[in-house]
Design a protein around this ligand. Structure first.
Ligand code: NAP
Length: 323
């Protein structure tokens, strides 16, 4: 039986120290809410330490009792925990971060009397999906939808862009330093969505008590791009001549196997498998349903990719001083 929701004052963010979480904390703050940033280690949330009305707390997400204690006094919980890669390729790391953490968060939220729960999932989340990432995101969604005592919603963004993203931010160093870029999955289609639109969507979902519990919002930007075009755009807009060479499937898989062993695992077999599904909105346009006009890449990304004149002068001086 669903409890009638208490007035929303304090929103807890699990995984709130990350790219989307930081943007969401600032948006909630601007909208007048208090936030509680729950993190595995307080240092991870350092950029949020000084945000007024935000309280950062270290908690072990798999310890339900500790998590319930940390959630006490919050009316809503947004689960932003997510990983793109795990140690090895067994799927265990994905299950723990996505499924087990979600089950624990749901139980703790119930125990703490939290009434609203928003799960940040991903387009193509599917228990039968082609990768551990998509399967574990899909299983986590199922657990959320099975919940009867919390008012739940799921957002499923395509790839997200904005300051500090892992999309343009990942390719910029590559197109800056490489003479050309051999790219796995260059033909994969995606619908990049602005982080400000994703956080606005979450804010509107949290504030709308009329939404049916279990509502799902697919979030995509105004345009569909291929990964290859996005990387070409990154090179062109940042002023680098770096042709992108799309790799055939066998070479893409090989690239994934090699990159899996590089420090930081910049690309993996599991990422490669995820790219088999286009990350494009299939159902209703979630942003439009929430009354949000999707922000185009061109109005945000050029400013992020072009180094400021000051930074350029500084780099030039460093180079000439050979430092
Ligand atoms: N960025 C995108 O393009 C994109 C696209 C679609 C969906 N999403 C989803 O959106 C959510 C937020 O993404 P993001 O880009 O903000 O990710 P992010 O920057 O990597 O942040 C994710 C957060 O999850 C927590 N976390 C990571 N591994 C964990 C683990 N093993 N156990 C517990 N907590 C863990 C971390 O918080 P602490 O270190 O503070 O504990 C981290 O700050 C994720 O669920 C992601 O799958 C993102």
């Amino acid at each position: 039986m669903l409890k009638s929701p208490a007035p929303l004052r304090t929103v807890a963010l699990l995984g709130g120290s990350g790219f989307v979480g930081q943007a969401l904390a600032s948006r909630l703050q601007a909208a007048g809410f208090r936030t509680r940033i729950l993190t595995r280690r307080l240092e991870h949330a350092k950029p949020l330490w000084l945000l007024p009305d935000a309280r950062c707390e270290a908690v072990e997400v798999h310890d339900r009792a500790a998590l319930a204690t940390a959630l006490r006094g919050c009316e809503a919980l947004v689960n932003l925990i997510g990983i793109l890669n795990e140690k090895g390729d067994s799927g265990r790391g994905f299950r723990r971060a996505h499924v087990d953490a979600t089950v624990s968060a749901l139980a703790a939220a119930e125990a703490a009397g939290v009434s609203r729960f928003v799960q940040v999932s991903a387009l193509n989340a599917d228990p039968e999906g082609p990768s551990h990432y998509l399967r574990s995101k899909g299983e986590a969604e199922q657990r959320v939808l099975e919940t009867r005592t919390l008012r739940t919603a799921i957002v499923r963004p395509s790839v997200i862009f904005g300051p500090g993203d892992g999309l343009f931010g990942r390719f910029l160093p590559l197109v800056t330093w490489l003479p050309f870029l051999p790219l796995a999955g260059a033909g994969a289609r995606m619908q990049p969505v602005f982080v400000g639109d994703v956080t606005e969507a979450i804010l509107r979902i949290l504030g709308n008590d009329q939404l049916a519990s279990g509502s799902v919002f697919e979030l995509g930007g105004p345009e569909v791009w291929t990964l290859g075009r996005l990387v070409e755009y990154t090179a062109r807009t940042s002023g680098h001549a770096c042709p992108v060479i799309g790799l055939p499937a066998w070479a893409g898989r090989l690239q994934a196997e090699v990159c899996e062993h590089l420090p930081g695992k910049p690309f993996s077999r599991d990422n490669w498998r995820s790219l088999k599904r286009d990350s494009v909105v299939q159902g209703e346009d979630g942003l439009a349903a929430l009354g949000i006009t999707a922000t185009p890449i061109d109005s945000i990304v050029p400013a992020l990719l072009k180094p400021s004149r000051r930074a350029r002068d500084y780099s030039a001086k460093r180079r000439s001083a050979q430092r």
